[in-house]
Design a protein. Structure first.
Length: 367
């Protein structure tokens, strides 16, 4: 590699190893080899490339190994691109996948300018995101064990006659329940205990999120989003933890696309056909928006709960929230009158709701 050359460094990153390929501008692909996946081995490789001079652009796919490589390179003043695996172009008919070929493809595509870097959160933002995702894992675990308990009772023709499950009355009913066989009673009690553990875990993590976000730079944005109907504290934190600074999206439509809430499209000539949503991008934020969108089934009004949440919030956020209510509630009634499936209606509302979220993100500045 000549002193004045520019080289693209494709890296296929795994827990134990990193496969490295170099692609010089105007040159051939050259395999540097496989190095260890630890920090020491990686920095040794970087220093070796730096000693040869020139400009370097490192590229690797986002994955379970996180962003430590990006941060190490940034600290050294090196340029690094982290790309989404789903957005890396693949050749039709190419069914051979190896670490070497993956690193070669990344280096070659980066050199051709066909890769787009994703947003990399800073360390604090990523820590908040991990905390929020940990709570989400606890909610999923709780839901799963609740379903297992209900299935056990249903197999034994035991039904709760109350209106709502998992209330105080339902828990008292469970505490007095006895199954016909001792073996089944053991399983039943294990499920009840597991639900209690999962519930306690959710409460601890929710409390931790509230504590950690008080001094977070995005705390004003999290607060402002709660002016909106359907977006309570956990939804607001989830959206910002997953999306980061909303001003990085030039338009609301770009945010909708990032969330995978835009429809698939197959157009040819004068024919244009749209299908279901792409579901590309961040699934955590998309799910939070869809959950929030269900609240717009009801007529627009500022309830006592919403009024309490809006106390002390910027007027701009409250005004945007009210416009969202008027538009989305009206849209729900209009689409419902056409007898569309309710799930499709709510997804359409979630898409527009993301636009109002974007608007609040533009008007409220982080700390």
């Amino acid at each position: 590699m000549e002193k004045s050359s520019k080289v693209y460094v494709g890296m296929d990153v795994h827990k134990e190893s990193i496969e490295v390929t170099l692609a010089e501008v105007g040159g051939e692909l050259r395999r540097l080899g496989q190095i260890g996946g630890d920090r020491g081995s990686f920095l040794k490789m970087v220093r070796k490339l730096q000693s040869k001079g020139g400009e370097r652009v490192f590229v690797y796919e986002a994955g379970p190994c996180g962003f430590w490589i990006y941060r190490e390179l940034a600290a050294l003043g090196e340029r690094c691109m982290v790309v989404s695996p789903a957005l890396v172009p693949k050749r039709a008919g190419d069914h051979v996948k190896t670490d070497r070929r993956d690193s070669e493809r990344l280096a070659s595509l980066a050199r051709a300018g066909e890769l787009e870097a994703i947003h990399v959160p800073d360390i604090r933002d990523e820590a908040i995101r991990d905390l929020v995702r940990g709570r989400d894992d606890a909610v999923i675990a709780q839901r799963r064990v609740r379903q297992q308990l209900k299935a056990l009772l249903l197999r034994n023709e035991i039904r709760y006659v109350g209106k709502t499950s998992w209330t105080g009355a339902h828990r008292r009913w469970l505490s007095e329940l006895k199954l016909p066989e001792p073996a089944q009673q053991i399983v039943f009690e294990e499920y009840v205990d597991a639900i209690a553990v999962a519930t306690s875990r959710i409460e601890r993590l929710t409390s931790a999120i509230q504590t950690e976000t008080r001094t977070w730079r995005f705390a004003p944005v999290v607060g402002a989003l709660q002016a909106m109907r359907g977006i309570q504290f956990v939804h607001a934190v989830t959206l910002i933890a997953e999306l980061g600074d909303l001003t990085r999206f030039p338009s609301a439509r770009q945010l909708m696309g990032y969330l995978g809430l835009v429809p698939r499209e197959a157009s040819s000539g004068e024919h244009r056909r749209q299908g279901s949503i792409t579901k590309a991008g961040n699934s955590y934020a998309r799910r939070a928006l869809i959950e929030a969108a269900w609240a717009y089934r009801h007529p627009a009004r500022v309830t006592r709960i919403i009024a309490t949440r809006q106390t002390g919030l910027p007027k701009a956020a409250c005004d945007i929230a009210w416009r969202a209510q008027l538009r989305l509630s009206s849209k729900y009634r209009r689409l419902n009158a056409r007898h569309l499936h309710r799930n499709k209606i709510v997804v359409a509302l979630a898409r527009e709701l993301s636009g109002f979220v974007w608007a609040i993100g533009q008007s409220i500045k982080p700390l």
